[in-house]
Design a binder for this molecule. Sequence first.
Ligand code: FES
Length: 111
Amino acid sequence: MSNWIAIGSINDIPRRGARCVKSPIGTIAVFRTAEDEIYAIEDRCPHKGGPLSQGIVHGAQVTCPLHNWVFSLETGEAQGADEGRVRTVALRLDGETILMDADLVMAIAAE
Ligand code: FES
């Protein structure tokens, strides 16, 4: 069973923007797409640690602000010729409230 915790409102995040949440696995970037979908991934690019929360969101992808690697917000996988991935964290919406799977975050932290 998942332990969903409220981390804020979708209205706190601009479309094609992100907001950061501290967690035991480090900062997690919570994105809102132009279509009002929400995704959470680690805010640390596997290339050289760029802050993905400051990247450009296009569709369900984000481009790292440092060297333009592109990551799927759905899978965390690097796109195109680049190789690497960021961890994803499950979210869901309860009305406008964003809920994060805290058990998953704790399980990842314990790895
Ligand atoms: S640090 Fe993200 S692409 Fe280089």
